[in-house]
Design a protein around this ligand. Structure first.
Ligand code: ADP
Length: 286
């Protein structure tokens, strides 16, 4: 966490991460300088696809914005960017201020995604690891993020080049939120994510159990329709915080398809309240 880092390294950027003792490359220094105004950085990851990781990233970012925090959302899912579609900004054109790329501003969020620079949503991105690292570095170093309380980063599922690049480029970030579903089958995938984070020495903020029970759209009562508890069990097993459960709500899917952030459009639902509670846990963690 930037604001709590007490390192005494003398990085010329003024940043106090402890990775190079003030000897980092010009490229890394540029990245540090560009993110000096960003107080907290959260990486959202999952062991596998389809567990609702992008949905969680978008709605966590939007919940933070709704609570009055200046918030950015960076989509580094280079092969399957879904953030622009979920926020209804896929037809927006990226601009620069002459020096830096300007994030798209929507509903009080600053957003950047590779999806905004593709000529069509069907365009396939075919890049190897070093190119992905370089693109992610540019997203961090050459986008005008400005002053932010939170920058939420949505990584693709698994433990590939994209989350690895983020962990290597941002060793001072607050850490990672791992999204899973309640079924025991998800356990192996989450274990891989947690082992990955441990190996790259990246802090784990905690585990979120998404699609946990069904929230009745009429009364908000939560019914357990599948097995439950895998996320909480894993959190206990790995001694990491359990951040909370987000129920299934059919409107989440509709909102995502319509490009309207769920917590923005359906703020009074049990599921939106679950997002707000998880945000409270994240911002108030010790
Ligand atoms: P991932 O990023 O893990 O691949 P997505 O965020 O794209 O997953 O979500 C996959 C699908 O599940 C989407 O259609 C999304 O709308 C839906 N979804 C995610 N979370 C929920 C939820 N809590 N309730 C209902 N649908 C959800």
């Amino acid at each position: 966490m930037m604001s709590e880092n007490t390192s005494e390294s003398s990085c010329p950027s003024g940043h106090s991460c402890d990775t190079c003792g003030g000897k980092c490359s010009d490229e890394k220094r540029q990245l540090h300088e560009n993110l000096l105004g960003v107080k907290h950085i959260l990486l959202v990851m999952s062991g596998k696809g389809g567990v609702g990781k992008s949905t969680v990233a978008v709605n966590l970012a939007m919940s933070l914005a709704l609570q009055g925090f200046a918030t950015g959302l960076l989509d580094v899912d280079l092969h399957g960017p879904s953030v622009p579609k979920m926020l209804g900004i896929e037809s927006k054109t990226l601009m620069t201020d002459g020096e830096k790329l300007l994030p798209i501003e929507t509903a009080n969020l600053k957003v950047m995604s590779i999806g905004l620079s593709l000529s069509s949503p069907d365009q396939a991105v075919i890049w190897r690891g070093p190119v992905k690292y370089s693109v992610i570095r540019q997203f961090l170093a050459e986008v005008a993020w400005g002053e932010l309380d939170y920058l939420v980063i949505d990584a693709p599922p698994g433990t590939g080049d994209e989350p690895l690049s983020v962990c290597q480029l941002l060793p001072w970030a607050d850490g990672a939120v791992v999204v899973t579903t309640p079924q025991q089958l998800a356990a192996t995938d989450v274990s891989k994510s947690l082992n990955f984070l441990s190996q790259v020495n990246f802090h784990v903020i905690g585990i979120i159990e998404n699609m946990s029970g069904f929230a009745c759209p009429h009364c908000g009562e939560i019914t357990q329709i599948f097995s439950k508890g895998a996320g909480e069990e894993l959190a206990a097993k790995y001694h990491v915080p359990f951040l909370g459960r987000i129920p299934i709500d059919p409107q989440v899917c509709v909102a995502g398809d319509d490009g309207k952030p769920f917590v923005y459009s359906y703020g009074k639902t049990a599921t939106a309240k679950a997002f707000a509670q998880i945000v409270d846990v994240i911002i108030n963690r010790g």
